[in-house]
Ligand binder design. Sequence first.
Ligand code: NAD
Length: 450
Amino acid sequence: MSLAVINPATEETIATLEPAGVEETDAAVGRAARAAPAWRAVTPRDRARLLRRLATLVEEHGEELARIESQNVGKPISGARGEVGMVADVFHFYAGAIDKHHGETIPVAGGIDMTFREPLGVVGLIVPWNFPLNIASWKIGPALAAGNTIVLKPAELTPLSALRLEQLALDAGIPEGVLNVVVGKGSIVGARLVAHPDVAKIGFTGSTEVGRGIMEGAAQTIKRVTLELGGKSANVIFADADLEKAAAAAPYAVFDNAGQDCCARSRILVERNAYDRFADLLTAATQNVKVGDPAEDDTEMGPLISAQHKETVASFVEGQPLFQGDTPDTKGFWYPCTLVEATNDDRVAREEVFGPVAALIPFEDEADAIRIANDTQYGLSGSIWTNNGARALRVARALDTGVLSINSNSSVRVSTPFGGFKQSGFGRELGMHALASYSEIKNVFYATEG
Ligand code: NAD
């Protein structure tokens, strides 16, 4: 059965594709395996040049890629432009990282001991629909830099930008077979990559539930896995913070990408003595979020990805919300910005909504804030707002989460590590840290005694 790719803002079909099955997946793994020996033999300087050329092509095709992403995900064009800019930056970064990811010599008796960073071989990359090209680039960059070849499986709902990138990689001069994109169902193409004996590693971003299955499946062949999974991050606001600034920023930490963001700070924890004032400021700021046509430059929030996902998101809102905004009166899978008051035991505070719904939760003091923030199976990101520097660092050290910001809600930078604690997964993407999980350390001893 063919796969209809939908624009979630109009419900129109924008492409029809033939999804791959097991046979096509095996063929792609075969191409990647055949390309691997030559790719790992490319000199670091030339590999860097090729990656740099790909980065430049992404820049030159930036507007085209941003339009593809905006139409396929329903995300505002301004955000899509930023994401494509980051894709180019990621490839530039890893082009520069190739000759800085090196081994060492270790003093030992009787000879020279040295280490090498060897590629793994063929890596399978499985990515979600919320930031399709961006998240793919976080894996492709270090995987190629470390000398691996790739089979990339984009989400069925959003395959278009990955297919365009596959062409651009060829245009950049990256040899055929090095980057292969296979579009198809997770349960077929994804599962085959996980089971395939010639795939050395799975780099996965997606839900905790699917991640659990991938870890289980990978055990059969002792595959390496990196898992970037769900989140339920806390935005912790102390009474001594700049409340105006924190409240003005908070909506964008949840409603950006219509809340379909693993880093969404969807639990807003507010110190009780500032709670009422903060709730008023937050409501006013949320009213200003501009929801509408993703193609317009000033739109800040678009629709959800699908009708089915909209139903799931709606199921989290029971009773009268503190605030609920408006949505366009047109076709599309729209859901309004929604603020609810909750306790940390409510379903809206325990499960990942993955939609524009934020839960406000009061806390009593610093210890209570830490307790509530950590009372979740997840540990991906979060924020701390306070003007007390010592407290900011104390709380940052106490939170079981991989990526934190103080007096800010931004989580992701090209050169800094990104990844989760607890059931948000393990392994780190971005920065020099990502290279470690796309290479093996080989230790060689060379006897020098005569
Ligand atoms: P998902 O887990 O349903 O799917 C992710 C990918 O896995 C898709 O490509 C899908 O086709 C594939 N897949 C599904 N079943 C599979 C199987 N049995 N074997 C192999 N692959 C399979 O997630 P989604 O709905 O696309 O994305 C939303 C989820 O992703 C959320 O939970 C979100 O938090 C998470 N996410 C995490 C991060 C992060 O970096 N931590 C970033 C973005 C999204």
